[in-house]
Design a protein around this ligand. Structure first.
Ligand code: SAM
Ligand code: FES
Length: 349
């Protein structure tokens, strides 16, 4: 085990069989060794800095029906909302006051938000706060649409691949959603010039160690600038309501493996990780993560963006989240960084 971990830390690649071996056999002591190696590598490129991104969940209306997701279209119990441009700008103003320089605009695939509307939102934020970075996370679009958003000023795009295994993908999504299209979208985004983020849920239904190894090797090949992973957590109104959630141990193991495979990637300790364990995000930093994404959405809509049960921070004001995470970062021995926090290998085309 130790020689495999050493090899990964040195060469940043292992075979599928070797990754499966680690996933299946790692014990607590080796886990600690692995996370120390991952932390060291994070420190080499980014130091002890943790970058903050302000998350604005601007619509929970979605035309897709991903089986795991609490806001999928067939959930008739979801209380739907969308924020107006004015409300989004109010969030951006509050974010600016709080010192943020990255805004992550995330939402369901809501047809109301046409390309023109997305371009208007991106341009409005950039006109007011020219030095900020804008990350979009609004699902699968055409090359042309992605290009329009980029030309309007968007810098980054988060689109988790969800699983790199075709069969597994179809067990998590209805047949109109295809892994091949998801991957094409990621490649298009990269070609256009975005900093891209892929990723997956840990312990999603039907996931196996072999599939996790495929996910890791897919990420290695795609070489994204960011990787968003978090535990799967069941939502009571989905068909996966009785499936078990991912654990902190599984998620932090994946974070460390990703850090060693992709040394310079930006790696969030996600809200989902903070949901399954009160100090889950801190454990994520210790495993090699270096980003946190506090919520900036208005408290009136927070609860409605319910992807999974018991999501944390849904009652807090933006300022509370900002200062709570700062305290946590400092107590855990890391430094808050409010700069744009671009991937060190990226420059805008
Ligand atoms: N519509 C955009 C998309 O599909 O990329 C962004 C919104 S989508 C809700 C963001 C992410 O939430 C998904 O990529 C998925 O991995 C995650 N997610 C959805 N349901 C979840 C659940 N039950 N547990 C954990 N994560 C979940
Ligand atoms: Fe569209 Fe979850 S199904 S955001």
């Amino acid at each position: 085990m130790r020689n495999l971990i050493d090899e990964l830390a040195e060469k940043h690649i292992l075979t599928k069989e070797e990754l499966v071996y680690i996933i299946k056999n790692i014990n607590d002591e080796d886990r600690k060794y692995l996370s120390e190696k991952a932390s060291c590598l994070r420190d080499k490129y980014y130091g002890k800095k943790v970058y903050l991104r302000a998350l604005i969940e601007f619509t929970n209306i979605c035309k897709n029906d991903c089986y795991y997701c609490g806001i999928r279209k067939s959930n008739k119990n979801a209380d739907r909302y969308r924020l107006s441009l004015e409300q989004i700008m109010e969030c951006a103003d509050i974010g600016h006051e709080l010192g943020y320089s990255t805004y992550v605009l995330q939402g369901g695939e809501d047809p109301y938000f046409t390309d023109d509307k997305i371009v208007e939102i991106v341009k409005s934020i950039k006109a007011k706060y020219p030095d900020c970075a804008i990350t979009l996370s609004i699902g699968e679009k055409s090359y042309e649409s992605y290009k329009k958003y980029y030309d309007a000023g968007a810098d980054r795009y988060l689109l988790r691949h969800e699983t790199a295994n075709e069969e597994h993908y179809q067990k998590l999504h209805p047949s109109d959603l295809k892994l091949s299209n998801r991957i094409q979208c990621l490649r298009n985004l990269k070609e256009i010039g975005y900093q891209i983020g892929a990723g997956f849920m840990v312990h999603s239904p039907y996931q196996t160690p072999e599939i996790l190894a495929e996910d890791l090797l897919f990420l290695k090949d795609l070489d994204p600038h960011m990787v968003g992973i978090g535990p799967f957590i069941p939502h009571h109104d989905t068909q996966f309501k009785d499936e078990p959630a991912g654990t902190v141990e599984e998620t932090t193991l994946m974070l460390s493996l990703i850090r060693l495979l992709l040394p310079t990637c930006l790696l969030p300790a996600t809200t989902a990780l903070g949901t399954i364990d009160p100090i889950g995000r801190e454990k994520g930093f210790d495993a090699g993560a270096n980003v946190a994404m506090p919520n900036l959405s208005p408290t009136s809509s927070r609860k409605k963006y319910e992807l999974y049960d018991n999501k944390i921070c849904t009652g807090d004001e933006a300022a509370e989240c900002r200062y709570c995470i700062e305290k946590r970062i400092n107590l855990a021995g890391y430094e808050l960084d409010m700069s744009r926090g671009d991937n060190i290998t990226w420059t805008r085309k």
